[in-house]
Each structure stands twice: as structure tokens, then as C-alpha cells.
Design a protein around this ligand. Sequence first.
Ligand code: NAD
Length: 298
Amino acid sequence: MSRIGFIGLGNMGGPMAANLVRAGHHVTGFDLVPAGLAAHAAAGGAVADTVSGVLEGAEIVFTMLPAGRHVREVYLGAGGLIAAAGGHPPLFVDCSTIDVETARAVAGEAGGMLDAPVSGGVGGATAGTLTFMVGGPEESFSRAHPYFAAMGKNIVHAGDAGAGQAAKICNNMILGISMIGVAEAFVLAERLELDFSKLFQISAASSGQCWSLTSYCPVPGPVPASPANRDYAPGFAAALMLKDLTLAQQAADASGAATPLGAHAMRVYQAMAESGDEGRDFSYVFRWLADRARGEVG
Ligand code: NAD
């Protein structure tokens, strides 16, 4: 059994911390929202009343926060983890999805820290089947591995500090673009009166095959588990896809990478969000495009 700190007990952090408790660890959690703390206590965790309260005897501290500014505040702010830990810090692991620049800046202040964003959503967090994409020193990765294994199934050391965040935004840029590609094919099929099930049968076994088609099909019918069959309840909300595509474009701007389709995909999800559909699953882009006329979407 280890003593673990966990900050950010939201949709993802809550079930992740619960899986660490289930694995037999003593997990002290902190969140600004009382409901997160109550759920953590109900799952068998201990609660702290400040950020630094999770440090007490902890060997490792995880954070799972909304965005880069929250991560800066929790690690570098007044009363933050780095100042409070002093000369004997635990291993810090940030699992939030944030910009590469912030991940590297925080890691620069906290020796040996890991950035370890995840994919797999709330379902994967609950089932303990997340993918962890990890950046930071090899030695820290080895130390953290058993804890990742209690929360996930696919655990990859991607490289130095920031490499986990880089892997996450590259992967989600593929996903954002490919989902729009699949959605556009079904939009055209609908206009051409081609049966969805026929297009699926053909493309799933030919060169149009991809995850967005065969595992997460954006039209109702062909893939029973996909959100299209439950009125596009997320799943993975369009707002989160927009967040990740925006992070990818910030990184592309900073590094000079040419990513024209990534930029366009970001604008499509931006327009979808402006229509009030940011809370729907990102595969709703099919219905959103189908409801628009040619020339209406830039
Ligand atoms: P969430 O908003 O449900 O949870 C974040 C929690 O952090 C909240 O409970 C909030 O109160 C807490 N928090 C914010 N500032 C804090 C502070 N200063 N001190 C303590 N607690 C603080 O978000 P989530 O869905 O759990 O996502 C967390 C991260 O995981 C995000 O970066 C997101 O992009 C990423 N992610 C989410 C999903 C998903 O499907 N939800 C999938 C993969 C990755």
C-alpha cells in the first residue's frame, strides 16, 4: 500500500482516484467542489482541505485538472504543490490535457515530474482501461507504472517532458479530422440516396476504413455502441474535441508545423459549439453538417 495524493476529483479524476483506492492504496484527495470530495470519501478515500494537504506522507501525487492555467496554479501558485513540498517532493504526475508549453514549464520547476494525459473517456476511467501517454524521465516512468496500471491498460512512455501532451494532441487531431471525413461521406451518401448500411458495409472493408467509421460510426445503425444510437449523448463531448484541436493548433503555430486540415477541423467544431451543440458527442458533426446546405460551412 502506498500513500497517494490526488487533486481534481471531477468526471475523470473521481473514478481514477477510486481505482487507486480499490487497488489498496491510501488516497488523499482534494477538489474545490464539495461533491467531488464527498464522492471520493464514499469510495473509501481520505480528503484534504487544501492543495498542500494531499502531500502528507505521499510518495506520489496525481493531478487531473481542466486546463493549463489550473495546472500552473496548483503547482506553481502561492500555497501550490512545489513550494509546499520543499526539499523532499513526492513524484508529481499531471494527467490533465494541457498545452505542451505549460507541461514543460511546470516540469522544469518540479524535478522528475511526468505529464501523463489519457484517452478512453469517463468509461475508461471508471473501468480502469485508460491509455496513458507519458512524458518525462525513464526512472519516474518506472516508479509511476504500477499506479498507471491500476487505472489503465495501455501505458506508453512517449519521451521527455511534454511528449505525453504532444502524443495526445497529435492523436486527437487525427481523430477530429477523421471523424469529419467519415461524417462528410455519410452526408454525401444521404444526398445521393445511398443506404448508410451499404456505405458502411463497403467502406468498413475497403480503403475508407478507420476507427471513426468502424468503432464510432457517426450515423445510427451500423455500430450499436456508438453515441449516434443514443441521440449523440457523449461519449466525448464536442467541447473537449474543440479544446484538443485548439491545443494542437497552438502547438502547430509555436512549432511552425503545417496542419491545414487540423486548423479546418478546429473551425468546424468551433462553429458547432457556437450553434449550442458543444455538449453533444463530437460525432454529432454528421447531423450538424447534414442539416446545413453546401456553401454554408466554410
Ligand atoms: P472536470 O471539470 O469534470 O474535473 C476537473 C476538476 O478539477 C473539477 O472537479 C474541478 O473542481 C477541479 N479543480 C479545478 N481547479 C482546481 C484547483 N485549483 N484545485 C483543486 N481542484 C480543482 O474535468 P474532467 O472531464 O475530469 O477532465 C479533466 C482533464 O482530463 C481535462 O484536462 C480534460 O481535457 C481531460 N480529459 C477528459 C476526458 C473526458 O472524457 N472527460 C477524456 C480525456 C481527457
